[in-house]
Design a protein around this ligand. Structure first.
Ligand code: HEM
Length: 409
């Protein structure tokens, strides 16, 4: 009997996380996932050849913290462009541990402190360009470019390349909007080659002329791997860079847009934040909780029971962190934004060995952005006749968000 034949009828659904209608024209992803969560902690979808969808907090946490039973490869039900495995995201221990260890110095507390100063400068530079106008399309004017600039600062690469990176990564993820499937595939391939060419140039250049920068340090770090202790090869570096690029873009872009959307709907909480910016870190956690961006995937490495359901070896699962974060067993009034929520043990950055490496960096970006937006354009509002456009897949986010505010003098 195949898995689908064994699944009880009441747990069988056809939910497709890649269905664009879940986010556009209206964002209904959370509602639809809440309907799945009401059926139980785990359901089975017939989409994409069949896979489990785990929706409750405890079961998701148990899966994320058991890397032996749940491999993180493949993480995606659909791979936009075939780059092989993301490193370290789609590797399991022990190799995962060594690669992750190699990346850790990039995210050291000292580096994060230095990056915070750079980020405040970048944030203000982006706000300068639209603050006097009284209106902006928040995603293209701010949320889209900030994470690309931060990625370049993280790697110690030129900031002037940010527009190129934002464009090519969009093409890699979304193809050519309005184009045929063939045109879209072609555009994805070209964009992937542009990124590959750029990364290969940097790798060759820093191998030949190492400097004090983060990229040189990574290139010259020895890593203990199953085939011995050695330097990372070009392909490994490429796959790491690619994950660092993609991991921090649409996640942060979406979270920045959700900050605007939720706080403009909750004016008292926004006023409290403006009056006391010390509350900002807690507000950032609450935005992260209420709208988790990522829906990670796992594959069972053996037969196992979870949430009262028998999962077979090699079954694929996706974990809806956004519903874990709204699980009433874990959070009081889970659908309500509360910037003072404490404790707030959300799972937006995952858990276990793959817990987000960039979580501190992401938090710093969101905190500084919110502080500076509140200082400079505090009365931002969405535009009723031109509402925001969200997008879904295994990374949820926002593609467009027109806003108005009192122009800065
Ligand atoms: C709001 C922002 C962010 C969110 C919500 C987020 C979310 C996540 C989640 C849920 C995972 C775990 C996925 C899994 O277990 O399959 C993850 C892993 C990862 N993230 Fe983030 N992320 C964010 C920002 C960033 C940034 C800024 C970077 C780096 C520039 C980054 C780099 C990574 C990397 C390298 C991993 C893989 C870690 C590993 O496999 O050991 N992320 N992220």
């Amino acid at each position: 009997m195949t898995t689908v034949e064994k699944v009880p009828a009441e747990l069988l659904v056809d939910f497709d996380v890649y269905d664009a209608a879940l986010a556009h024209p209206v964002d209904t992803m959370q509602e639809k996932i809440a309907e799945l969560a009401a059926k139980g902690p785990i359901v089975y979808s017939t989409a994409h050849g069949g896979h489990w969808i785990v929706t409750h907090y405890q079961e998701i946490y148990d899966i994320l913290t058991d890397a032996e039973t749940f491999s993180s490869y493949p993480n995606n039900l659909v791979t936009p462009a075939d780059f092989g495995r993301f490193i370290p995201l789609e590797l399991d221990p022990p190799d995962h541990t060594s690669y992750r260890h190699a990346l850790q110095p990039l995210f050291s507390p000292q580096r994060m402190k230095k990056l915070a100063d750079d980020i405040r400068v970048q944030v203000n530079e982006l706000i300068d360009a639209f603050a006097p106008k009284g209106e902006a399309e928040f995603v293209s004017a701010f949320a889209h470019e900030l994470p690309a600039r931060v990625f370049l600062s993280l790697m110690d690469w030129p900031l002037s390349d940010a527009p190129m990176f934002t464009e090519v990564t969009d093409t890699i993820l979304f193809g050519k909007p309005g184009g045929t499937k063939e045109e879209s595939d072609q555009a994805m391939m070209m964009a992937a080659m542009t990124v590959a060419g750029y990364f290969n140039n940097v790798i060759a250049e820093r191998r030949a002329n190492p400097g004090e920068d983060a990229t040189s340090a990574l290139i010259h770090t020895e890593v203990e791997l199953s085939d011995g202790t050695r330097l990372l090869n070009d392909e490994e570096l490429f796959r790491m860079f690619f994950l660092l690029l993609m991991g921090g873009l649409h996640t942060v872009q979406g979270s920045l847009a959700w900050m605007i959307a939720h706080l403009s709907k909750n004016p008292e909480q926004r006023a409290a934040l403006i009056a006391d910016p010390e509350l900002t870190p807690k507000a950032v956690e609450e935005i992260l909780r209420i709208e988790a961006a990522v829906i990670p995937g796992r594959r069972a490495t053996r037969d196992v029971e979870i949430g009262g359901v028998r999962i077979a070896k090699d079954d694929q699962l996706i974990l809806t962190l956004c519903s874990a974060n709204r699980d009433a067993e874990q959070f009081t009034d889970p659908g309500v934004l509360d910037i003072n929520r404490s404790p707030n043990r959300h799972l937006s950055f995952g858990a276990g060995v793959h817990r987000c490496l960039g979580s501190h960096l992401g938090r710093i970006e969101l905190k500084i952005a919110l502080e500076e937006l509140h200082r400079r354009i505090p009365d931002y509002a969405l535009v009723d006749r031109d509402p925001p456009v969200f997008h879904s897949t295994q990374v949820r986010g926002c593609a467009r968000m027109p806003i108005t505010f009192t122009p800065e003098k």
